[in-house]
Unconditional design. Structure first.
Ligand code: UDX
Length: 465
């Protein structure tokens, strides 16, 4: 499956309590990226001030409460706040006195276009400028179009501070582990004069960042020092590759569907080739979330601006394949009922874009639920973490927190987010004792098809016979 348990084990126990090399740091933007980064940096001994414009978020974080669901984050926050090393504020003047200022604000997709909206990045930098001192380092972590650092640099350099790009590769649901134990650190250096940035600014920003990440550096984590453009591109290239890998296997699922082949066995077989690898070959309803969809679109838009649209034209196809899988899941449910879901009770297991997250941004799971409802089905959605967020955006759906209550009397069950409580802990026998019908659509290919069939269910997978 997509999320092997071995990844999850002891995620929190790996937090390195190495308190050497303490520094004062600012983290601007306290969303999924910034809040985790701030808490993780405090956990390794730094004095960290997190800054955000949203007072509700800041109030929660100041109490040591995570404003969103992220495993292990609350422990880290509570520990940091209690230690006095971690504080949160809406007041940008608190950035004064920090040595490194991380920019971790969002870069959403522009309204009415594919490009990234850099309003928050520009706003954060402008608000920070009055508090920068010579020798400070501004470290961009937000995912931005290549060329953004070069655009921002003159304003920052005018204060005597230096700008580096230090992309973040954390996955939601694993964010604490990914931040404390990254698989690589990338630092892009530059100066708008084109000269050696250390010589001009008098600050060896790479050495400073090594000090910031001292436990990971000491553990031998690859530390790649490069230029701004490469650092910016590393991030979008990584996400483009991951999205392509998922859409590749989903394209194979489409072929499997017309040939009777089984895409999960296909993925296992090709995944044994170490050059290919089994991870991110989970065929299903595809990718969503706050990163992959908007990042591949922003990459396409930027490539067009650079006159190289054709170089990443395949990303349009990656996006199209991905969106088709949602259509396919809906189609399977409709087919299962012989052509119409009108007034059929459909229990949708999952709303988050993936397990261990409450994030519903561009969630394929929620999209499938909304479309079924649009076709007249009586849709009940359940999710262990994302119901509040889902209800805010789609109040027209019925939400039931308790899984068993959600599937009670359902004519069909549709698994769209592979939380353990649906994938591992729901047996077909138990489900049979609650539901009215025996139709199961497995949008994540996470269930044991044979076991469900043996229990009398009609099982539909994605690219499986
Ligand atoms: C992603 C990148 O993995 C991370 O490195 C980057 O920093 C941010 O974007 P994230 O959005 O948290 O992280 O989720 P990820 O685990 O990559 O999953 C993205 C989506 O792909 C989910 O909707 C997931 O369900 C789907 N997925 C993943 C598949 O459909 N199949 C797979 O095999 C793997």
């Amino acid at each position: 499956m997509t999320y092997p348990d071995s990844d999850r084990k002891d995620a929190a126990t790996h937090i390195v309590a190495d308190l050497g090399g303490s520094m004062r740091l600012t983290v601007i933007g306290c969303g999924y990226l910034g809040a985790v980064h701030a808490a993780a940096m405090a956990s390794i001994g730094h004095e960290v001030v997190g800054i955000d414009v949203d007072p509700r978020k800041i109030d929660a974080l100041s109490r040591g409460e995570a404003p969103f669901f992220e495993p292990d984050l609350e422990d880290l926050l509570a520990g940091g706040v209690a230690s006095g090393r971690l504080s949160f504020t809406t007041d940008m003047s608190q950035a004064a006195g920090s040595r490194v200022h991380f920019i971790a604000v969002g870069t959403p997709q522009q309204q009415g276009g594919y490009a990234a909206d850099l309003t928050y990045v520009n706003g954060a930098v402008d608000a920070l400028l009055p508090y920068l001192r010579p020798g400070d380092v501004v470290a961009g972590k937000s995912t931005v179009p290549v060329g953004t650092a070069a655009e921002l640099a003159p304003r920052i350099e005018a204060t005597g501070a230096a700008l580096v790009w230090n992309p973040e590769f954390l996955r939601e649901g694993w964010a604490v582990k990914d931040t404390v134990e990254p698989d690589r650190l990338v630092v892009g250096l530059g100066h708008s004069s084109g000269a050696d940035p250390a010589a001009v600014t008098g600050t060896d920003a790479a050495a400073l960042l090594r000090e910031v990440y001292h436990p990971a550096v000491a553990a031998g984590t690859p530390f790649i020092v490069t230029d701004w453009s490469t650092a910016e591109l590393v991030k979008v290239a990584a996400n483009a590759f991951l999205a392509t890998k998922i859409s590749f296997i989903n394209a194979m699922a489409e072929i499997a569907e017309v040939t009777g082949a089984d895409v999960t066995q296909l993925a296992d077989a090709i995944g044994h080739d170490v050059r290919i690898g089994r991870r991110f070959l989970g065929a299903g309803i595809g990718f969503g979330g706050g990163c992959l969809p908007k990042d591949i679109r922003a990459f396409s838009a930027r490539a067009e601006e650079l006159g190289r649209g054709e170089s990443v034209a395949f990303l349009r196809e990656v996006d199209a394949i991905n969106l088709r899988r949602r259509d396919r899941a809906v189609e399977l449910v409709v087919q299962a009922f012989g052509g119409s879901v009108f007034e059929k009770r459909v229990a949708v297991l999952g709303a988050a874009f993936k397990p261990f997250s409450d994030d519903i941004r561009d969630s394929p799971a929620l999209d499938v639920a909304v479309r079924l409802r649009g076709l007249g089905a009586d849709v009940v959605v359940t999710d262990p973490a994302a119901i509040d967020n889902a209800r805010r955006v789609h109040p027209q759906l019925t939400y039931i927190t308790d899984r068993d209550e959600a599937i009670r009397d359902a004519d069909a069950v549709v698994l769209v987010t592979e939380w353990d409580e649906y994938r591992r802990q729901l047996s077909p026998e138990h489900a049979s004792s609650l539901t009215a019908g025996r139709i199961i659509v497995d949008g994540r290919n996470g269930l044991d098809a044979a076991a469900w069939r043996a229990a009398g269910w009609t099982y539909f997978g994605m690219g499986r016979p």
